[in-house]
Design a protein around this ligand. Sequence first.
Ligand code: HEM
Length: 191
Amino acid sequence: MISPVHQLLREGTRERHETLDQGLALAGSEVDRSDYLNYLRALLGWLEPLEQRLWQLDWPDSLQAPARADKSAWIRADLASAGDASPVPQCTDAPRVDAADAYALGVAYVVEGSQLGGRFLAKHLADVTPALPLRYLRGYEDQVGPMWKGFLQYLDSEDGAQGQEAQALQGARDAFDSLTAWLRSQQAIRA
Ligand code: HEM
């Protein structure tokens, strides 16, 4: 069952997700190795500074922040195994998360939700461009369902974003908007 907060975030960001999903140079049928590595570098430049703040906030143990905190390490591992040591510019425009509140949960919704699409992308890339390192896109692997469910449970709880839907939605929209603008500036989204 879809919870009210979750439903609101999903509906309130549907168009933004479509823009990303359809615009990513990566999702096309002619993606090559350099498109993929460019995408990983661009994503890392947005995600790393953000996730370092996000998961250090004062979350309850039930949210499993430590298990969510270092997706950047997976991207770094992929870049290393592809032999890509080029510099990674950092986005300075990602949403500011200063407290473990509904706004930060909205931002986290985007970061956690991106794991769901990763599986599809990993499969697509394995078909069109074999032999790419896919650790980040495989993400939580067989734990993707439980990790997502656990996140939504907290999102929808009274301690989470219940009753503060507007702040949560703002966080999610800001995260999608800053990520999309950044990926575009890094040529990871088709013009
Ligand atoms: C960095 C880029 C992306 C971000 C930030 C992102 C974000 C999200 C979010 C927040 C959700 C959760 C939606 C919900 O509330 O149910 C989601 C789900 C999903 N995304 Fe993406 N997404 C990204 C890229 C993609 C791409 C490129 C694809 C296409 C291959 C994709 C396909 C999907 C699918 C199929 C789901 C639903 C999965 C399921 O219900 O099991 N996403 N994504």
